[in-house]
Ligand binder design. Structure first.
Ligand SMILES: [Zn+2]
Ligand SMILES: [Zn+2]
Length: 382
């Protein structure tokens, strides 16, 4: 029997001494070519497929390969009884075939096919859409409409893909499961593999009268207007998720979701840090020295704030609760006001005179920091 067998390298289209990589590649190529799913009812292909599997089972195993290289088929043929019980063809364990299964899983894209039915419900694609809103819209919330181009359920066939008044019929080949099982009997045992049903493409159903509007897919592309509720307190890069507004699912699966990613335009006055707002207000020397009621803008309108006499530059005042509301609670942030002292420029002669007069009156001892500095400097140089 062994004498009639073809050379394993020849079966894989290789020369003797081919590398492990070449063997693997050749096996994949040959197994694809002769796979029963690709050659239904072809006895010759089936026989080739068996031979390819057998050749690979030997050449992919270093120990068997080395025996085969030295002794030919006799070295690995179980019937030859070579090397006693422990030697020769040392029992083709499940491991070898698992390797083959894994490869098929990869080739037919059905890694999980043995666990999952091919025609089970599949959730539709999620969609993402960018949206720009104003600072105030982010702070107070708003309702917006967006236009998106997406797949929706075909109205003509209600998403079934079949012409109205017709229905799909259960695939006769796979009985509606969407998969076909192939049993391989090889000299080493029997193994089963499953692959998508070729008649129904794995859907389990045959669409004899496809809907003309969607071509049988049950989905059509359409521009849709969607209303988006933007809650108060959202910030730059906040994401609003709208359940079910993605693309339609398949086989009764749920719709995908829509994710709206927000960009908030900067404000001319306010800078936002979380829920707090920051604002800079320029004040003049006389306001800082004598104190003044200043007008402070807030998101809710103007408020009056009393700057106390002797306010130093860059002093920060906090207006509690004048910040932005939290998205999750009713808690509000604060408004921080930094006062900037502005020094006048472009002075007329008369204005300069007025300041000089003031300077004559307001002596060094009116300035706490300046007099302290002068004392320290005196000390340093003495
Ligand atoms: Zn349709
Ligand atoms: Zn089928």
């Amino acid at each position: 029997m062994a004498e009639n067998k073809r050379d394993y390298y020849e079966v894989l289209g290789l020369q003797k001494g081919a590398s492990d990589d070449e063997i693997k590649k050749a096996f994949r190529k040959m197994a694809m070519k002769y796979h029963p799913d690709k050659n239904p009812g072809d006895k010759k292909a089936e026989e080739q497929f068996k031979q390819v599997n057998e050749a690979y089972s030997v050449l992919s195993d270093p120990e068997k390969k080395s025996k085969y290289d030295r002794f030919g088929h006799a070295g690995v043929d179980p019937n030859a009884g070579f090397g006693g019980a422990g030697g020769g063809f040392g029992g083709f364990g499940a491991g070898g075939f698992e390797d083959i299964f894994d490869m098929f899983g990869g080739m037919f894209g059905g890694g999980g096919s043995r666990q999952r039915r091919r025609n089970g419900p599949i959730k539709g694609n999620d969609l993402q859409k960018a949206m720009t809103i104003t600072f105030e819209e982010a702070a107070f919330g708003t309702k917006k409409e967006i236009q998106i181009n997406k797949y929706v359920e075909c109205e003509t066939c209600s998403g079934t893909g079949a012409q109205p008044g017709t229905s799909k019929k259960t695939c006769g080949k796979c009985g509606g499961t969407g998969e076909v099982h192939t049993t391989q009997r090889t000299p080493f045992g029997t193994f089963q593999s499953s692959s998508p049903c070729p008649d129904c493409g794995g859907t389990g159903q045959i669409n004899e009268h496809p809907c003309g509007d969607c071509g049988g897919t049950g989905k059509v592309r359409k521009s849709v207007t969607i209303s988006v509720d933007i809650p108060a307190g959202v910030d730059n890069d906040s994401v609003i998720s709208i359940k079910g507004q993605g693309e339609p699912g398949s086989n009764g699966g749920p719709n995908g979701d829509l994710y709206v990613v927000l960009t908030v335009r900067p404000h001319k006055l306010f800078e936002r840090k979380g829920q707090d707002l920051w604002l800079e207000i320029p004040i003049t020397f006389d306001q800082a020295a004598l104190g003044d009621d200043i007008t402070v803008p807030t998101l809710e309108g103007k408020v009056s704030y009393k700057v106390p006499a002797g306010t130093q530059p860059n002093t920060v005042f906090r207006l509690k609760g004048k910040g932005v509301k939290s998205v999750r609670s009713s808690r509000k942030g604060d408004l921080y006001v930094r006062v900037i002292l502005e020094v006048p420029t472009k002075l007329s002669g008369k204005q300069k005179k007025a300041i000089q007069n003031m300077a004559k009156e307001v002596k060094n001892d009116c300035y706490k920091r300046k007099s302290g500095f002068l004392d320290s400097m005196k000390e340093f140089f003495s």
